[in-house]
Design a protein around this ligand. Sequence first.
Ligand SMILES: [Zn+2]
Length: 495
Amino acid sequence: MSSTRFTVIRGGRLLDGEAADILVAGDAIKEIGLPGLAAPEGAEAIDAADMMLMPGLVNAHTHGDASLAKGLGDRLSLELLLNASPLTSERFRLEDKYLAAKLAAVEMVLSGCTACYDLFSEFPAPSPEGLAAVGQGYADVGMRAVVAPLMADRSFWQAIPGLIGSLPDALAAEVDRVTAEPAEASIAACRRALKEWSIDRDRVRLALAPTIPHHCEDSFFRACRELADEFGVGIHSHVAESKVQAVVGMRKYGKTLTAHLDDLGILAPDFTAAHAVWVDDDDIRRLADQGATVAHNPTSNLRLGVGIARVRGMIDGGGLNVGIGTDASTCSDGLNMFEAMRLANTVSRIHSPDPADWLSAEQAIEMATRGSARGLGFDGLIGALAPGFKADIVFLDLNRIQYLPLNHAVRQVVFQENGSGVKHVMIDGRLIVRNRRVLTVDYARLRDEVVCANDRLRLENEDAARLVRQLEPLVGQFCVGLAKEPYHVNRYVGA
Ligand SMILES: [Zn+2]
C-alpha cells in the first residue's frame, strides 16, 4: 500500500488566466487539469477560489548573514559596503548564523520566494558547523536553499591595489592586520562540510562562493573548481559588479574578469556570475558558451550605484541564462523578489528608446523562476507549475487591489504585485505560509531572539564601527578615483 500523501488544490487560476485544479503527490505536482480534476480518496483539499497560483519565485543571489544588519548604511557604494562588512556578521556566534538564515528565510517565504542561493559569510573562514547551522535555519523554515560559503584569501583592502598605501600609517597598519584565512583552510572546511552534510540535498544543498575574482588567488579558484567537480556542486562569484572591480581586474590580469575566470577553467554550466554589470560582448559570449548563469540584482545595483547590467544583450547575444536575485538586506534592502522582478523589467528600459530592446513581463517572470532555478542547479525541478516539478506554489489573493480588476495576470504580477498579495506558500507539497503566517516558525520568539542577538552584536561591534567610520571617506575617495578611470564599456546613464 502506498503511503504517498495527496493534496488537491481546487478552484485557483494559473498565470495564463485559466481556472485549474492541481493534484500534488508527496512533494511534486502530479497533474494539472480542469476544475473537478479527479483525486485519490483521502486527498487533502485546499480551496484556492479567488487565488492565482504561480510557481515560487527563486532568488538567484542573496546573503543571509546580512539579515541582522538591516539599515547598515545609506550612501554606500559597493566598496564602502565591503569596507563596512566587519559590521555585518564578523562577530557571529554559531547560534547567530542559524538565526540570520532563519530570519532571511522567513522574510523570503512571506513574499513568495521558495528557494534561494545564499552566499553566506563566516569570519574568518567557513566552518562545517556554521554551514550546518545556516542549512538548518532554512530547513527549519521549510525553504529550499543552496548555501554557498563566501570565501576569500585576501581582505577587501588588500584586494584593491594601492588602497592600503593610500591610507595614513596608523589606519594602514590596522587594516593590514586583517588577513583572510589561507585558501587551504577554507577548502578543507568546505570538503568536510560537503562530506558530512546531513540535510536532504533536494531541500538544502551546498555550493562554493569564492567571493570576487581579485579577492582570491588563482590557485584558490582552481581548488574550488576541483572541489565543485568532485562533489557535483555549483560555484558562484561576484563578477564585474562595479566599475572599480572591472578596472582593477583589467589592471591586474590584463583582461576582463570574465576572460580571466574563463582562462582559469572556472566557467561551466554550474557557474553563476553575480551581477555582471561591467561585462562586454566577449564576456557575455564566454559565459553563454560555457552554459553559465548570470544572477541579475537590479535593486542592489541601483542602491549601490554600480550602474545597470545590460540583460537584454545577455539574453539576445547567444542565449545566456539569467536569473534574478535580491542581494543582501544591506543593499536590496528587502529580500523581495517581486520588487526585484519588477525592477529587472523596468530598468531594462534605460538602455534604449526602442521598446523592442526592453524586457517583457513574461521575460522577467521567466528569469525570476526558471532562470534562477537553473542557476541553483534545480533546472526542471522548480520554477514552473507542471507535472513532475516540485510543488513549490505561491497563492496570490485576487481580492487584493492589485488584481481589481484582473485583466492580464502576468503583467499585473510583474508590474503591480509587491508581495502583499501572497496569501499561502507551499514548498515540497507542504503549506509553509497560510493566511500570511509562517506556520513553521514562532514569530514572537524569533523576534525576541533577533533583538537580543542584535543588541549584543552592536556592543561587540563598537570598536569595529569606529574604524569603519574612519576609513569610509578615505576608501570612498580612493575608489571613486578608480571608478573615474576609462573602461571600454559604460553602464552609467548620462556618463
Ligand atoms: Zn552579493
